[in-house]
Design a protein around this ligand. Structure first.
Ligand SMILES: Cc1ncc(COP(=O)(O)O)c(C=O)c1O
Length: 398
């Protein structure tokens, strides 16, 4: 059964990597909480949550119930403003206490990339400018527009030409901010750069970036696709910096495993999508009621299970229980860590051995020397501690 699924999978489902799990083959039959189970009922601890998606664990009963209830009412209606849909309204009402007051209008999408696309289009339309700035070693998605923000030529070279007029600055380098000027429509940034391996923005840099953008009327687009919904130890990373972006982009953990993303902006800004011409952004499925019902349940679970506080407990747990002289750098932000080694080879060896020992981790897209930890926020603490002890042994002894 298992071999049959794997060979058919390799034959008929498009593959974009020769060795996504470093040669380790694991085929999952079902998942529950922080655990994944293969067809032989072997358990694997999910220490990455499907890249920060399953933050409230797999198959949470509240999410399951929300999906069932909503599918009994309606799954899909047109989303171009024809119908005032209760799930869309309720979700935003529930989210608004976590947002700066100015961010009061939400555009629902299906993924992070699509939300980034929408945010870029909004910025270009609202400012009448074309230039976009992003930061080196950031990842904002794989559609053409979102991929254009990626500085790694090796990663983008086969998709050229991408969007013109994009400039890549060095993250946390204040001198580079001189490139932002009256031609710039927007700067896309992360408070905690995810795929370079958890690199946090410096406050002075954020202040200088904000001041420069304000001076030239440039919109700040904050990508909180990975940092959001408690992952970084606050509900959103912008709260930690007491900072208000012009456009906030969300996805990943938002839907509790269902595909949903969003960009959020002041209504006055968002309004520019509705004229000259109207329908400034379109999506068939964005705002799908079932996905939003799941997303609403995620907000309730985050609150009821106090998972933002829990992320900080996980941070403490990682900092106290993970220790080896072979670790070159350890960067931890909430339930989110980059364990960096001296070489990619060492990192891959450890990830592979961890997989063979039932621990699912991986590396970062633009930092293959660092092992990613991003467990479900409600992972049982004893399971996490055991896993960290196991990791220590793997790091020390292979
Ligand atoms: C920070 C960040 N932005 C954007 C994206 C793109 O999101 P999606 O894969 O949902 O299109 C990702 C995905 O990994 C991401 O990590």
């Amino acid at each position: 059964m298992n071999m049959n699924i794997r060979s058919l999978f390799l034959e008929h489902v498009a593959q974009t990597s020769d060795s996504p799990m470093l040669g380790v083959h694991i085929d999952i039959e079902y998942a529950k909480g922080a655990w994944l189970y293969d067809y032989n009922k072997r358990a694997y601890l999910d220490l990455i949550s499907g890249i920060s998606v399953s933050s409230i664990g797999h198959c949470h009963p509240k999410v399951q119930a929300a999906i069932t209830n909503q599918t009994a009412r309606f799954a899909h209606l047109m989303v171009f403003g024809e119908f005032a849909q209760q799930p869309q309204v309720h979700y935003m009402q529930q989210l608004m206490p976590y947002l700066p007051p100015s961010l009061n209008s939400i555009y629902y999408c299906n993924s992070g990339s699509e939300a980034i696309e929408g945010a870029l289009k909004l910025a270009k339309r609202a400012t009448g400018r074309t230039q976009i700035i992003s930061f080196k070693n950031a990842y904002h998605g794989s559609t053409h527009g979102a991929l254009s923000l990626c500085s790694d030529f090796n990663f983008t070279k086969h998709s050229l030409p991408l969007m013109p007029d994009i400039h890549y600055l060095t993250f946390n380098c204040t001198a580079d901010l001189d490139h932002i000027n009256e031609k710039t429509a927007a700067v896309v940034f992360e408070y905690i750069q995810a795929e370079s391996g958890i690199n946090t923005i410096e406050l002075d840099f954020l202040n200088a970036l904000t001041a420069r953008c304000k001076h030239y009327g440039v919109l700040l687009i904050a990508d909180e696709i990975q940092s959001g919904f408690g992952r970084c130890g606050s509900f959103f990373a912008h709260q930690r910096f007491n900072h208000t972006p012009d456009i906030l982009v969300l996805a990943k953990a938002m839907g509790g495993g269902l595909p949903i993303g969003a960009f959020i902006a002041p209504k006055s800004l968002m309004h520019t999508l509705s004229f000259n011409p109207s329908l400034g952004h379109l999506t068939t499925f964005g705002g799908n009621a079932v996905c939003i019902a799941a997303a609403y349940a995620v907000l309730e679970v985050l609150q009821e299970e106090k998972l933002v506080e829990r992320a900080r407990t996980i941070e403490h747990c990682i900092k106290t229980h993970l220790s080896s002289s072979h670790i070159a750098h350890l960067r931890v932000e909430g339930a989110w860590a980059a364990v960096e080694f001296k070489t990619t080879e060492t990192c891959f060896k450890i990830i592979k051995s961890a997989l063979q020992n039932g621990l699912i981790t991986d590396w970062f897209l633009f930092n293959s020397k660092a092992l990613r930890l991003s467990p479900p926020l409600n992972i049982p603490l004893q399971d996490l501690k055991n896993a960290l002890q196991q990791l220590n042994l793997i790091i020390d002894h292979g």
